[in-house]
Write a protein that binds this ligand. Structure first.
Ligand code: C5J
Length: 221
C-alpha cells in the first residue's frame, strides 16, 4: 500500500486491487493529419503527454499491476454508432468516412489503433468502446470484477470527454478513481483545468488527482 499525497487528500493505492486505464491514445486523436486535426484541433497538445503516459505505463508494468487500454471505435457497419453521434455538427469528415488513416474510428483501421509508442503488450486488455465512457456497451465491468480491481488510475485523452466520462461511470459503480494529471490532456487547456477541479471538488466528489511521479513512487512502495 503506497499513500499518495494526492488532491484533495491522501489516496492509499493498493497495487493488489488497482489497475491503470489508458483512455483512447489513438492515432486519429493524436497524430498530425488524423481525425482530431481535421476537426481543427491542435494535436501537438496531446502528443506532448506521450512520454509521460509511457512512464506511467512502465511503472504499472514494473509493479505487475494491470494496464488496460481503451479505443473509441465502431463496427464497420456503424450499427453501434447512433446517428445522434455521427451526424453531430458539420465536420469535413464523419465517423465511418474515409480519412487519412483509413475509415475514421472504425475498428481495425490504422487510425483507430493506439499509437506505436504506447502499444499494448500481447497480454494487456484492450477495451473497444463505442461511447465516451468505457463502461457503456463494453465488457469492462466483467474484466474488473474478474481481476478483483477496486481502484482505477486514469490517463489518456481527452480529459473532459472520454477520461472524465469514464471516471464518473467508475465512481458511480463504486470504484475509487485517481487521475494522473500530467498524463492526460485536452485540445482545450481551460477544459482540462476545469475537469481537474471538478473531479476533486467537494471532497473528491468524483475522485483524486496526482502526478505521474507520485503514482509511480507509490507503486514502488
Ligand atoms: C473524443 C475522446 N474527444 N477520446 N474522444 O471525442 O475523448
Amino acid at each position: 500500500m503506497g499513500v499518495i499525497n494526492a488532491k484533495p487528500f491522501d489516496f492509499a493505492l493498493d497495487p493488489a486491487k488497482a489497475a491503470l486505464i489508458v483512455i483512447d491514445m489513438q492515432r486519429d486523436f493524436i497524430e498530425p493529419g488524423g481525425f482530431g486535426e481535421s476537426l481543427g484541433n491542435d494535436v501537438a497538445r496531446l502528443g506532448a503527454i506521450v512520454p509521460t503516459v509511457g512512464r506511467l505505463i512502465a511503472g504499472f508494468r514494473e509493479a505487475r499491476v494491470p494496464v488496460i487500454h481503451t479505443k473509441e471505435c465502431h463496427r464497420p457497419d456503424l450499427s453501434d454508432c447512433p446517428p445522434a453521434k455521427r451526424e453531430r455538427g458539420n465536420p469535413g469528415a464523419r465517423i465511418g468516412d474515409a480519412g487519412a488513416m483509413g475509415r475514421i474510428l472504425i475498428a481495425g483501421e490504422p487510425g483507430t489503433e493506439i499509437i506505436d509508442e504506447l502499444a499494448p503488450t500481447a497480454t494487456e486488455i484492450v477495451i473497444e468502446k463505442p461511447g465516451k465512457g468505457a463502461f457503456y456497451a463494453t465488457e469492462l465491468t466483467e474484466v474488473l470484477e474478474r481481476l478483483g480491481i477496486t481502484q482505477l488510475v486514469f490517463a489518456g485523452v481527452t480529459t473532459e470527454v472520454c477520461v472524465q466520462t469514464t471516471m464518473r461511470e467508475a465512481n458511480d459503480r463504486g470504484y475509487e478513481v485517481l487521475l494522473a494529471e500530467d498524463a492526460t490532456e485536452s485540445y482545450f487547456p481551460q477544459f482540462k483545468a476545469a475537469t481537474l477541479e471538478m473531479i476533486r471538488a467537494q471532497g473528491a466528489i468524483v475522485g483524486w488527482t496526482a502526478t505521474t511521479d507520485q503514482v509511480v513512487e507509490a507503486l514502488r512502495g
